[in-house]
Design a protein around this ligand. Structure first.
Ligand SMILES: [Mg+2]
Length: 263
């Protein structure tokens, strides 16, 4: 009886290990190279994985903080109706920086090996041009080894996704469902999916849809931006106040200091 219990316990530990094994924590974007081959479709998140805004205002973290703040006094739908257009407006004008300096060369190396590489983002069609501009400003061209050419819409129940130049825009929709709709539309079924993203929830969203469809899944939970997400709210507030101009964090801090001295 004891032997049977020990065996059951061992089986539980091993199966739990197997479940967790598909999502690996990493601080290195180059980890993609270790897990990719010609049977793999490589998916790359954009915000806080490839790039981030040069200042607190307009960052991914700013958007979620703003949404939380607005949601405390009004309905969620109304809050998102205020926060999202402002975030979109910021994307049109903000400068962006790489999370890791070697990210463009890692992407280029994967493309040179003729692996299939694309971006998967919850950004929407409305900031499609701004997104492609931001990637180009960092020397990244996702068309080079994209699994599909051109641009076209993807319908996912009531939500809309869009494919353009190697980037799948889910427009706020579930990344797993939008990806599956794209793969079904294009009749493409890779053996393996490899996805790098700073959000574990988005990795699991993809995992839950691709595995039942017979594709193996490896997720890289990228933690290089985790510290950057702790933005200074007072800095972002001053930047929002001064928007249409984009103030750097340093300029916003100087204004805060000047106001403090004056008070
Ligand atoms: Mg992200």
């Amino acid at each position: 009886m004891i032997r049977k219990c020990v065996f059951c316990l061992l089986l539980c530990v091993l199966s739990a290990g197997a479940l967790c094994a598909s999502i690996i924590e990493t601080s290195s974007f180059a980890a993609l190279k270790e897990h990719a081959d010609h049977d793999t479709l490589i998916l790359i998140d954009i915000d806080d994985t490839i790039l981030h805004t040069k200042q607190a205002f307009g960052s991914d973290a700013w958007f979620y903080n703003k949404l939380k703040e607005l949601s405390s006094t009004r309905a969620y739908k109304e809050a998102i109706g205020v926060a999202l257009p402002l975030w979109h407006k910021a994307q049109e004008v903000t400068g962006v920086s790489l999370v890791e300096e070697n990210t463009p060369s890692v992407i280029a190396a994967l493309q040179d090996r003729q692996y299939k590489v694309m971006c998967l983002t919850t950004r929407g069609k409305v900031i499609m041009d701004a997104t492609l501009r931001q990637l180009a400003s960092l020397g990244i061209d996702m068309k080079r080894a994209a699994p599909f050419k051109g641009h076209f819409p993807i319908t996912v129940s009531s939500e809309y996704g869009y494919w353009n130049q190697g980037v799948l825009f889910t427009g706020g929709g579930d990344k797993g469902k939008t990806l599956m709709s794209l793969l079904e539309k294009m009749a493409f079924r890779p053996k393996k999916i490899l996805f790098i993203n700073d959000k574990a929830t988005h990795l699991r969203d993809v995992e839950k849809d691709v595995e039942p469809a017979g594709m193996s899944f490896t997720g890289l939970r990228y933690n290089r931006s985790d510290k950057k997400k702790e933005i200074r709210e007072d800095v972002a507030k001053v930047q929002e106040e001064y928007f249409n101009k984009i103030l750097s964090d340093e300029d916003a801090l100087a204004i805060i200091e000047a106001r403090r001295l004056k008070a």
